[in-house]
Structure formats: structure tokens, C-alpha cells
Design a protein around this ligand. Sequence first.
Ligand code: BG6
Length: 515
Amino acid sequence: MTHGKSAVIETAEPVTKSSILPADPCTIVIFGASGDLSRRKLIPALYGLAAQNCLARRFAIIGFARTPMTGDAFQRSAIDSVKKFADASTVREDECKKFAGALAYVSGEYHHAEAFAKLKILLDELDRAHKLHGNRLFYLATPPEIYPLIIEQLNKAGLARHPNGKSWTRIIIEKPFGRDLASARKLNQSVLKTFDESQVYRIDHYLGKDTVQNLMVLRFGNGIFEPLWNRNYVDHVQITAGETLGVEQRAAFYETAGATRDMIQSHVLQLASLVAMEPPAAFDATAVRNEKIKVLQSIRPFTAENIKTDIVRGQYGPGGESRNSSLLAGYRKEPGVAKNSATETYVAAKLQIDNWRWAGVPFYLRTGKRLPSRVTEIAIEFRRAPHVVFRGQDVSTNALVLNVQPNEGISISFQAKLPGQEMKLKDVKMDFSYQKEFGAGERSAYATLINDCMRGDATLFDRADGVEAAWALVDPILDYFQSHHPKFPNYSAGTWGPHEADELLERDGRHWRNI
Ligand code: BG6
């Protein structure tokens, strides 16, 4: 066992300044602790929570991975990742040291019972020594094919629930949750053989973003938007999740995933569900998830026929400019990518939601790597005014835009009169900016979600049926991609995707927003 010197922290009384609430004392076990997700996101998020006294009054963190490492080395690497990836305004030397003191490390193979026996001994030791009440949060941050092994070993080691019957045990499972409907079902079965659904937290970090949650507040916390939120007033909806980054060092994963699995099945469909859902009876896990799944079930299924017209896929070729002004490499030249790869790095789709609220209102989605800007936004495009009384004036339509990132906020565009004698109209904007109003930067979605899980709030996590409904929708698209070979590359790095994506909207007399 290679844990550090003092694997526990006791924090001061929780502060009320932060909107994140502290949780019960507990131990967090990160499987895949030496990996990228843990280093870039999880450790910095846990540090952020601890630094705000919002993790828990007392907590310990155990990293579990195959890489042999001492507890001290794990603590040092955690301090490095905090310094590199945590919100700089929270990083203080003394806090880092204090946080690192709560970290322990267990190295072992995921299929070795002995490794889990070691883990159990350490968990019991920490519980007793630091009164952690036997509460445990397991975070699966390994490659997905290892999830079933870990779940099986947790079960065999008697770690799936605490024998005292009082303490809680919860498990966070990272995306991708399966790679198609069949594998997602299989994974759900394996998870639910060991854990109750109430213990399982399937994470999609988009749901932890403040602006994504704000979409629900905008809709259901205000009286003025919801009456317009339907086919009588909305012309169409556009959801864009654009990234400037290419595939980076993730080819091994991305080559087997592609943009449909990586972004559409999860993040983008989550956003679409939140835009389209009916008001839930309450803001709780059951009510919100019940409404979201109804949206997925109302989306017109994709078939070989409508995929041809309503889905566009792309892969970036060389183009644009890198930081040192040289040409950006095409996807097929990225490290680890096959020279003739058919993996899509871009997808645009037209969804039809066949229900009373949205019949006839298309939802256009697009996501891609190596686009001109990193921007995630949801635009509700309203219908044109029925009659223009201002003769000779071109009246534009109104749009309500939620900027999910990076400039988090909401804006609404409308017509205003230009100053002067003449009646001339101009499109203007009312803007709400998170940064200006609350002074906060982009907060870690992982921090929000880990904290929710520790408090037993599953509202922002996916349920077994939700994840399966999303796969059921994209499965035919994946099958089609598999059997129809694309002409790739078909867009240059640094552009807004293939021209067929523009045609997708032009055919309907619409166009993508200029972002
Ligand atoms: C991840 C995908 O889930 O989300 C990545 O695997 C993608 O490919 C990332 O880059 C985008 O997240 P964010 O928060 O940077 O928009």
C-alpha cells in the first residue's frame, strides 16, 4: 500500500459564500488516477471544492491506477496538476499542501482481487482514523472497457455497499457510457447487478456548466419566456458546440468514437433535451429526468432515408493557421490517426421533435473539431413579425441566444429605431454576462457534479433509460456511417465545416448564425 503521510483533511466550518454546499464526510476513490482526466479535471476540481471548504468537513481521496507510484509521488503530481489546471485565483501554496495531505494512492491491476482487498483495508483504516462514516464515492475515470472489471471487483470485495447499512456508497461513471445501444444496455446490466440505480451517477460534464443549468432557470424561473417557447413563436433552434482544438493526443480513443459518439450522443443531445423538455413538476432527479427522456423519445427516428438529407459529417483536412503561423495538420496526419481514417470530426444534424410543442420546428445541431472558434451556444430563432408596418425596412428576426461558453451569458436581439428624423431600424442586442454580473470565471463543471453526487443529488446525471434512449437515436446514424464511405477530408481546419452543412439549412430557407 502506498498512501501518503496523512491521508485526510479536516476543514474549517463551511463557508456560505460559495453556492456549492459541503457534503458529508467521505472518501473519494478515483480509478484511473494517473490518467489525463484525473490530472486535468478531477484533481483540480476536488482541490477547488476543498479550497472553498465545500468538499466535505472531513474527506480523504484515494487514487487507484495500474501505474506503480508512491503516495508521496501521487501527492506531488496532484500539486502539479492543481497548479497547472485549477482556477489560478484559488491556488495557494498552503492550501495545495493541505489538500495533498488528503491524498493516498493504491496501485494495482483492475482484475486483481488483491488490489481491491488492499483498497478495502485502506478505506476501513481511513474511516476509523478520521471518522469518515464509511461514506464512499467511487469515480470511474479509466478507459470504458475497464468499467465492468472494476464493478465486478468492487462487488467481490464487498465494497458496493457498506455492511453497516447506513453509510452511502455511490459510483460516478464517466462517458462514454457504451459505444452503441447494445453495449450501453450491457453496461447498465452489469452496473445494476451490483449497484442500485440510486447509487449510480452517469456523468455528462455539460450538465454541470452553470449556463446549462441556467437554461432551466431562464425557462422555468421566469414568466416571460415560457409562453413563447413553442411552435407558435419559435421558427427553429440552433445548437453549436464548436472547438478550435484538433484531436490532440487522443487519437486512440477518438478513432473509435468520432464526433457522433463523442459529442452528439451526449453533450449536444443533453442541450437539445433541456431546450425542448416540458416543465418538470419539480427540480429534482426524477421529475427532470422523466421530462428529458420524453424529448429523446419524441425525436423522429433516423433512417437510411432521412440520414441522407438531415445528417452531414465531415473530417478536417489541413488548413487554418497554428500559433506559429504554420498550416494546421489535417486529421489524417494527427499522431495515431490512420492515413485513410473515416472517423468524422464534424457532424451537423436536423432533428424533428414530433410532439405538440415542437411539431414543425427543426432543431439544427452542429459540432466539430478545428472550427474557427471555441463556442457553445443555443440560439432560439423566433418567427418573423407577421406584418411589417415600416415600409421599405428590412426587419430581421429575433433571437434569444444562450452562450454556454466561453463568454457565458444570454443575449436577445431585437429591432430598435436608429436616432434621427428618418424611421430606420437596426438590429440591437440586450446582453447579460455572467462575468460582468457575478464576476465569476468559467467554473469547473466537474466540481459542481462531484459535489452534487456527494450530496446525493442526481438531477444533473443521466439515468439508465436516458442514456439508452440517446444511443437508440444515434445507433442508425452510426450504422449508416459504418456502411457508407465518406469522401474525407471535406473541410479545412479553421473553417465552419463542410459546405453540405450550409446546404442543410439553405434547403429550408435558413442559414447558420454567424458566430
Ligand atoms: C468531451 C469530449 O466529453 O468534451 C471532448 O470527449 C471534447 O472531445 C470535450 O473536447 C468538450 O468539453 P468542453 O467542456 O471543453 O466543451
